[in-house]
Write a protein of this length. Structure first.
Length: 59
């Protein structure tokens, strides 16, 4: 499938996102997750960048 068709599909029907974990760092812990579209491969690294307090809410 060519890129034009994949990008057009995502523009019409929206991206189909999946969570991908970053590789394990030198300290043995994962740095977080990002989103990648299963159709076109577009990545969103700004998701979950804001630190949250207890129970997922800002304190």
């Amino acid at each position: 499938m060519n890129n034009l068709k994949r990008f057009t599909t995502c523009k019409l029907f929206d991206h189909r996102w999946t969570k991908i974990s970053y590789p394990v760092g030198s300290d043995g812990e994962r740095a977080g997750k990002f989103l990648r579209c299963l159709r076109c491969g577009k990545e969103d690294h700004n998701v979950g960048a804001v630190a949250k307090g207890p129970n997922g809410a800002m304190a």
